[in-house]
Design a protein around this ligand. Structure first.
Ligand code: ZN
Length: 138
């Protein structure tokens, strides 16, 4: 896949406002975007750290993936997202290598990214997202 960088690290939080406060006050990062992703039933907040972002995820519905994750394990590291080119081709490549896909096709994520998840059973227990910024290449 040759990802160019870690696009973001996703962290599941109980409360976006108090998590934002920690990242701003203690780490001194600036929250530059808060966005609700209705498809995923989450509210997200973003911080830049070099080329990588921190994506805080608060569930807006107990039945969402993040809601279930927090109910089962509590807050914490949720996923790592790698920036790739030609996400459809990379999904095919993963599948051809026996990787179990959560998303057979890319879907819309926050910040206009095309995103898809690989199943943790195929990735040593880490939920891996691959994503592509098709509107604003960097
Ligand atoms: Zn993500």
């Amino acid at each position: 896949m040759k990802p160019s960088h870690i696009e973001h690290i996703g962290i599941a939080v109980n409360n976006l406002a108090s998590a934002i406060e920690f990242y701003e006050k203690v780490l001194g990062l600036k929250c530059y975007n808060i966005e609700e992703v209705r498809d995923q039933k989450v509210k997200t907040a973003f911080f830049k750290v070099g080329d990588t972002k921190i994506e805080l995820l608060e569930s807006t519905d107990p039945d969402s993936a993040i809601g279930k994750f927090i109910a089962g394990r509590g807050e914490g590291l949720h996923h790592i997202a790698f920036a790739v080119n030609d996400i459809e081709k990379q999904l095919k490549h993963a599948e051809d290598n026996g990787v179990r896909l959560i998303d057979a096709k890319p879907k819309k994520g926050a910040e206009g990214l095309e995103i898809a998840f690989l199943h943790p059973k195929s990735t040593s227990g880490v939920l891996i997202e691959i994503c592509e910024n098709k509107t604003n290449k960097f």
